[in-house]
Design a protein around this ligand. Structure first.
Ligand code: FAD
Length: 274
Protein backbone atom coordinates (compact mmCIF):
# COMPACT_ATOMS: atom_id res chain seq x y z
CA UNK A 1 0.00 0.00 0.00
CA UNK A 2 2.85 2.38 0.80
CA UNK A 3 4.60 1.68 -2.51
CA UNK A 4 1.29 1.94 -4.37
CA UNK A 5 0.69 5.35 -2.87
CA UNK A 6 4.14 6.50 -4.00
CA UNK A 7 3.52 5.39 -7.62
CA UNK A 8 3.90 8.18 -10.15
CA UNK A 9 5.79 10.43 -7.74
CA UNK A 10 9.14 9.69 -9.35
CA UNK A 11 10.52 8.30 -6.07
CA UNK A 12 12.90 5.35 -6.38
CA UNK A 13 10.99 2.80 -4.29
CA UNK A 14 12.42 -0.62 -3.42
CA UNK A 15 10.16 -3.26 -1.89
CA UNK A 16 11.83 -6.18 -0.12
CA UNK A 17 10.32 -9.40 1.14
CA UNK A 18 11.89 -12.71 2.08
CA UNK A 19 9.34 -14.39 -0.24
CA UNK A 20 8.04 -13.57 -3.71
CA UNK A 21 4.98 -11.32 -3.84
CA UNK A 22 1.91 -13.29 -2.72
CA UNK A 23 3.92 -16.48 -2.12
CA UNK A 24 3.00 -17.07 1.53
CA UNK A 25 -0.56 -16.45 2.63
CA UNK A 26 -0.56 -14.79 6.05
CA UNK A 27 -4.23 -14.98 7.01
CA UNK A 28 -7.77 -16.27 6.41
CA UNK A 29 -8.11 -13.26 4.09
CA UNK A 30 -11.50 -11.91 5.16
CA UNK A 31 -12.21 -8.18 4.86
CA UNK A 32 -15.24 -5.92 4.51
CA UNK A 33 -16.12 -6.03 0.79
CA UNK A 34 -15.97 -2.23 0.60
CA UNK A 35 -12.21 -2.33 1.00
CA UNK A 36 -11.83 -4.54 -2.07
CA UNK A 37 -14.28 -2.41 -4.05
CA UNK A 38 -12.75 0.92 -3.19
CA UNK A 39 -9.20 -0.23 -3.84
CA UNK A 40 -10.07 -1.82 -7.20
CA UNK A 41 -9.30 -5.34 -5.92
CA UNK A 42 -12.58 -7.15 -6.67
CA UNK A 43 -10.86 -9.60 -9.00
CA UNK A 44 -9.37 -11.20 -5.86
CA UNK A 45 -12.79 -11.75 -4.20
CA UNK A 46 -13.73 -15.42 -3.77
CA UNK A 47 -16.93 -15.33 -1.68
CA UNK A 48 -19.24 -12.75 -0.07
CA UNK A 49 -21.28 -12.94 3.14
CA UNK A 50 -24.10 -10.78 4.55
CA UNK A 51 -24.28 -12.54 7.93
CA UNK A 52 -22.04 -14.14 10.54
CA UNK A 53 -23.14 -17.50 11.93
CA UNK A 54 -22.13 -17.44 15.62
CA UNK A 55 -21.88 -20.69 17.60
CA UNK A 56 -21.77 -20.49 21.40
CA UNK A 57 -22.24 -23.10 24.14
CA UNK A 58 -25.90 -22.05 24.27
CA UNK A 59 -26.77 -22.26 20.61
CA UNK A 60 -26.27 -20.94 17.15
CA UNK A 61 -27.48 -17.65 15.75
CA UNK A 62 -27.24 -15.94 12.40
CA UNK A 63 -26.32 -12.28 12.83
CA UNK A 64 -26.85 -10.04 9.82
CA UNK A 65 -23.95 -7.58 9.42
CA UNK A 66 -24.42 -3.96 8.32
CA UNK A 67 -21.89 -4.43 5.50
CA UNK A 68 -20.79 -7.55 3.69
CA UNK A 69 -17.53 -9.39 4.28
CA UNK A 70 -15.54 -11.06 1.52
CA UNK A 71 -12.84 -13.66 1.45
CA UNK A 72 -10.15 -13.17 -1.19
CA UNK A 73 -7.35 -15.02 -2.89
CA UNK A 74 -4.09 -13.85 -1.32
CA UNK A 75 -1.83 -14.13 -4.34
CA UNK A 76 -4.31 -12.41 -6.66
CA UNK A 77 -4.74 -9.55 -4.20
CA UNK A 78 -0.98 -9.09 -3.82
CA UNK A 79 -0.53 -9.20 -7.62
CA UNK A 80 -3.26 -6.59 -8.11
CA UNK A 81 -1.70 -4.25 -5.56
CA UNK A 82 1.72 -4.73 -7.12
CA UNK A 83 0.39 -4.03 -10.65
CA UNK A 84 -0.39 -0.45 -9.56
CA UNK A 85 3.15 0.15 -8.22
CA UNK A 86 6.13 1.43 -10.19
CA UNK A 87 8.61 0.22 -7.59
CA UNK A 88 11.38 -2.38 -7.82
CA UNK A 89 10.97 -5.71 -6.00
CA UNK A 90 13.74 -7.91 -4.61
CA UNK A 91 13.64 -10.94 -2.35
CA UNK A 92 15.89 -10.51 0.66
CA UNK A 93 15.70 -11.32 4.34
CA UNK A 94 16.04 -8.22 6.47
CA UNK A 95 18.24 -8.80 9.51
CA UNK A 96 17.97 -5.39 11.17
CA UNK A 97 19.54 -1.96 11.16
CA UNK A 98 23.11 -1.49 9.93
CA UNK A 99 25.63 1.17 10.90
CA UNK A 100 24.77 4.49 9.23
CA UNK A 101 27.49 6.85 8.06
CA UNK A 102 25.72 10.03 9.17
CA UNK A 103 24.57 11.15 5.70
CA UNK A 104 20.92 11.20 6.74
CA UNK A 105 20.11 7.84 5.18
CA UNK A 106 19.00 4.78 7.11
CA UNK A 107 21.04 1.65 6.62
CA UNK A 108 19.32 -1.75 6.59
CA UNK A 109 21.17 -5.03 6.82
CA UNK A 110 19.87 -7.87 4.61
CA UNK A 111 21.16 -11.30 3.65
CA UNK A 112 22.05 -9.76 0.27
CA UNK A 113 23.94 -6.79 1.64
CA UNK A 114 23.34 -3.37 3.16
CA UNK A 115 20.79 -0.99 1.63
CA UNK A 116 20.53 2.73 2.38
CA UNK A 117 17.53 4.99 1.91
CA UNK A 118 16.29 8.31 3.31
CA UNK A 119 12.80 6.89 4.01
CA UNK A 120 12.37 3.37 5.40
CA UNK A 121 9.16 1.51 6.28
CA UNK A 122 9.05 -1.65 8.36
CA UNK A 123 5.88 -3.55 7.35
CA UNK A 124 7.35 -6.93 8.31
CA UNK A 125 4.85 -7.92 10.93
CA UNK A 126 4.93 -8.27 14.71
CA UNK A 127 8.69 -8.90 14.98
CA UNK A 128 9.27 -5.23 14.12
CA UNK A 129 12.67 -6.18 12.78
CA UNK A 130 13.97 -2.64 12.27
CA UNK A 131 13.21 -1.60 15.84
CA UNK A 132 15.17 -4.50 17.32
CA UNK A 133 12.90 -7.18 18.70
CA UNK A 134 14.60 -7.54 22.09
CA UNK A 135 12.21 -7.70 25.01
CA UNK A 136 9.09 -8.31 22.88
CA UNK A 137 8.78 -12.04 22.46
CA UNK A 138 5.88 -14.46 22.82
CA UNK A 139 4.50 -15.76 25.06
CA UNK A 140 5.11 -12.73 27.33
CA UNK A 141 4.49 -9.93 24.81
CA UNK A 142 0.92 -8.72 24.16
CA UNK A 143 0.35 -10.98 21.19
CA UNK A 144 -2.53 -13.26 20.28
CA UNK A 145 -1.79 -16.43 18.35
CA UNK A 146 -3.61 -17.90 15.41
CA UNK A 147 -3.49 -21.13 13.46
CA UNK A 148 -5.62 -22.40 10.62
CA UNK A 149 -5.97 -25.15 8.02
CA UNK A 150 -6.92 -24.56 4.38
CA UNK A 151 -8.60 -27.74 3.10
CA UNK A 152 -10.41 -27.95 -0.24
CA UNK A 153 -14.18 -27.67 0.25
CA UNK A 154 -17.05 -25.25 0.20
CA UNK A 155 -19.72 -23.76 2.44
CA UNK A 156 -22.21 -20.91 2.14
CA UNK A 157 -21.60 -19.71 5.73
CA UNK A 158 -19.13 -17.35 7.39
CA UNK A 159 -18.93 -18.90 10.86
CA UNK A 160 -17.35 -18.18 14.26
CA UNK A 161 -17.23 -20.28 17.44
CA UNK A 162 -17.04 -18.62 20.86
CA UNK A 163 -17.06 -21.48 23.31
CA UNK A 164 -14.76 -22.95 25.93
CA UNK A 165 -14.96 -26.29 24.21
CA UNK A 166 -12.08 -24.94 22.12
CA UNK A 167 -10.40 -22.10 24.00
CA UNK A 168 -10.76 -20.26 27.31
CA UNK A 169 -10.18 -16.89 25.61
CA UNK A 170 -10.44 -16.58 21.88
CA UNK A 171 -12.54 -17.74 18.99
CA UNK A 172 -12.65 -20.17 16.11
CA UNK A 173 -13.66 -19.52 12.52
CA UNK A 174 -14.57 -21.14 9.25
CA UNK A 175 -14.23 -18.75 6.34
CA UNK A 176 -15.08 -20.32 2.98
CA UNK A 177 -13.36 -18.93 -0.11
CA UNK A 178 -14.84 -20.54 -3.20
CA UNK A 179 -13.27 -23.98 -3.45
CA UNK A 180 -11.45 -23.95 -0.08
CA UNK A 181 -12.32 -23.26 3.56
CA UNK A 182 -10.07 -21.58 6.10
CA UNK A 183 -10.71 -23.08 9.51
CA UNK A 184 -8.78 -21.93 12.53
CA UNK A 185 -8.46 -20.74 16.10
CA UNK A 186 -7.20 -17.51 17.63
CA UNK A 187 -6.21 -17.29 21.29
CA UNK A 188 -5.91 -13.93 23.06
CA UNK A 189 -3.71 -15.71 25.60
CA UNK A 190 -0.34 -16.30 23.92
CA UNK A 191 0.45 -19.08 26.40
CA UNK A 192 -2.50 -21.18 25.27
CA UNK A 193 -1.66 -23.62 22.44
CA UNK A 194 -3.82 -23.37 19.32
CA UNK A 195 -2.94 -26.59 17.52
CA UNK A 196 -5.19 -28.95 19.58
CA UNK A 197 -8.26 -26.64 19.40
CA UNK A 198 -7.72 -26.09 15.66
CA UNK A 199 -7.63 -29.87 15.15
CA UNK A 200 -10.72 -30.33 17.36
CA UNK A 201 -12.71 -27.73 15.40
CA UNK A 202 -11.60 -29.26 12.10
CA UNK A 203 -12.77 -32.68 13.35
CA UNK A 204 -16.08 -31.26 14.62
CA UNK A 205 -17.02 -29.51 11.36
CA UNK A 206 -15.55 -31.86 9.84
CA UNK A 207 -12.83 -30.80 7.36
CA UNK A 208 -9.43 -32.20 6.43
CA UNK A 209 -6.45 -30.83 8.37
CA UNK A 210 -4.57 -29.63 5.29
CA UNK A 211 -2.24 -26.68 4.86
CA UNK A 212 -1.54 -25.39 8.37
CA UNK A 213 -0.48 -21.76 8.61
CA UNK A 214 -0.21 -19.63 11.72
CA UNK A 215 1.41 -16.61 13.29
CA UNK A 216 1.43 -14.29 16.27
CA UNK A 217 -1.00 -11.38 16.01
CA UNK A 218 -0.46 -8.12 17.93
CA UNK A 219 -3.27 -6.95 20.21
CA UNK A 220 -1.64 -3.74 21.39
CA UNK A 221 -0.57 -0.61 19.54
CA UNK A 222 3.13 0.17 19.27
CA UNK A 223 4.73 3.46 18.17
CA UNK A 224 4.33 4.05 14.42
CA UNK A 225 7.71 5.81 14.26
CA UNK A 226 11.05 5.26 15.94
CA UNK A 227 14.70 5.92 15.07
CA UNK A 228 13.61 7.56 11.79
CA UNK A 229 11.85 4.38 10.64
CA UNK A 230 8.10 4.20 9.95
CA UNK A 231 5.97 1.21 10.96
CA UNK A 232 2.60 0.12 9.55
CA UNK A 233 0.40 -2.94 9.92
CA UNK A 234 1.28 -5.59 12.49
CA UNK A 235 4.71 -3.99 13.08
CA UNK A 236 2.84 -1.06 14.66
CA UNK A 237 0.21 -3.26 16.32
CA UNK A 238 -2.38 -2.00 13.81
CA UNK A 239 -4.61 -5.02 14.27
CA UNK A 240 -8.13 -4.90 15.72
CA UNK A 241 -7.54 -6.79 18.97
CA UNK A 242 -10.89 -8.53 19.52
CA UNK A 243 -11.41 -9.90 16.01
CA UNK A 244 -7.70 -10.09 15.12
CA UNK A 245 -8.51 -8.38 11.84
CA UNK A 246 -5.25 -6.92 10.65
CA UNK A 247 -5.78 -6.57 6.92
CA UNK A 248 -7.96 -3.50 6.77
CA UNK A 249 -5.86 -1.57 9.31
CA UNK A 250 -2.70 -2.58 7.41
CA UNK A 251 -4.28 -1.29 4.19
CA UNK A 252 -5.56 1.86 5.94
CA UNK A 253 -2.32 2.79 7.70
CA UNK A 254 -0.21 1.75 4.71
CA UNK A 255 -2.22 4.16 2.60
CA UNK A 256 -1.95 6.93 5.23
CA UNK A 257 1.80 6.39 5.54
CA UNK A 258 2.21 6.42 1.75
CA UNK A 259 0.54 9.85 1.66
CA UNK A 260 2.89 11.15 4.36
CA UNK A 261 6.00 9.83 2.62
CA UNK A 262 4.89 11.10 -0.74
CA UNK A 263 4.55 14.58 0.79
CA UNK A 264 8.13 14.24 2.09
CA UNK A 265 9.42 13.18 -1.32
CA UNK A 266 7.57 16.04 -3.02
CA UNK A 267 9.05 18.55 -0.58
CA UNK A 268 5.88 19.52 1.31
CA UNK A 269 7.19 18.31 4.67
CA UNK A 270 10.25 16.80 6.27
CA UNK A 271 10.78 13.23 7.38
CA UNK A 272 10.54 14.42 10.98
CA UNK A 273 7.18 16.10 10.30
CA UNK A 274 5.92 12.92 8.63
C1 FAD B 1 -4.25 -17.66 11.24
C2 FAD B 1 -4.51 -16.20 10.99
C3 FAD B 1 -5.68 -15.79 10.34
C4 FAD B 1 -5.94 -14.43 10.14
N1 FAD B 1 -7.10 -14.08 9.49
C5 FAD B 1 -7.36 -12.76 9.24
C6 FAD B 1 -8.52 -12.39 8.50
O1 FAD B 1 -9.31 -13.21 8.03
N2 FAD B 1 -8.74 -11.05 8.31
C7 FAD B 1 -7.88 -10.10 8.78
O2 FAD B 1 -8.14 -8.89 8.57
N3 FAD B 1 -6.76 -10.43 9.47
C8 FAD B 1 -6.46 -11.74 9.70
N4 FAD B 1 -5.31 -12.09 10.38
C9 FAD B 1 -4.38 -11.04 10.78
C10 FAD B 1 -3.57 -10.59 9.54
O3 FAD B 1 -2.99 -11.72 8.92
C11 FAD B 1 -2.43 -9.63 9.90
O4 FAD B 1 -2.85 -8.67 10.84
C12 FAD B 1 -1.96 -8.95 8.62
O5 FAD B 1 -1.46 -9.93 7.72
C13 FAD B 1 -0.91 -7.88 8.90
O6 FAD B 1 -0.40 -7.42 7.69
P1 FAD B 1 1.10 -6.89 7.61
O7 FAD B 1 1.29 -6.50 6.18
O8 FAD B 1 1.38 -5.90 8.67
O9 FAD B 1 2.03 -8.16 7.96
P2 FAD B 1 2.15 -9.56 7.22
O10 FAD B 1 0.94 -9.88 6.43
O11 FAD B 1 2.62 -10.51 8.28
O12 FAD B 1 3.31 -9.33 6.15
C14 FAD B 1 4.65 -9.20 6.56
C15 FAD B 1 5.54 -9.46 5.37
O13 FAD B 1 6.88 -9.22 5.77
C16 FAD B 1 7.68 -10.29 5.31
N5 FAD B 1 8.78 -10.42 6.27
C17 FAD B 1 8.71 -10.71 7.58
N6 FAD B 1 9.93 -10.71 8.14
C18 FAD B 1 10.78 -10.40 7.15
C19 FAD B 1 12.21 -10.24 7.11
N7 FAD B 1 12.97 -10.41 8.20
N8 FAD B 1 12.77 -9.91 5.93
C20 FAD B 1 12.02 -9.74 4.81
N9 FAD B 1 10.67 -9.88 4.79
C21 FAD B 1 10.07 -10.20 5.96
C22 FAD B 1 6.78 -11.51 5.28
O14 FAD B 1 7.25 -12.47 4.35
C23 FAD B 1 5.44 -10.89 4.86
O15 FAD B 1 5.27 -10.89 3.46
C24 FAD B 1 -5.03 -13.45 10.59
C25 FAD B 1 -3.84 -13.86 11.23
C26 FAD B 1 -3.57 -15.21 11.42
C27 FAD B 1 -2.28 -15.63 12.08
Amino acid sequence: MVARQMAGSGADVLLLDRYEIGERQTSACAVPTGWLENLGLMEAERQRFDAVVVHTAHGTTRLPVPWTFSTFDYRTLCDLLWKDCDATFETAKVNGRAESNGDGTIAVDTDRGVIKAPLVVDAMGWKRVLAGGAGYQPPDAPLSRGLEVHPAGSSPDFEVWITRRYLPAGYGWSFPAGNEVRVGMGSFDPKHPVRPPTDLLADDIPVEKDGYQGNWIPHKLRPATGNNVFFAGDSAGHCLPVTAEGIRPALYFGLALGLELRAVYEGFQTREQA
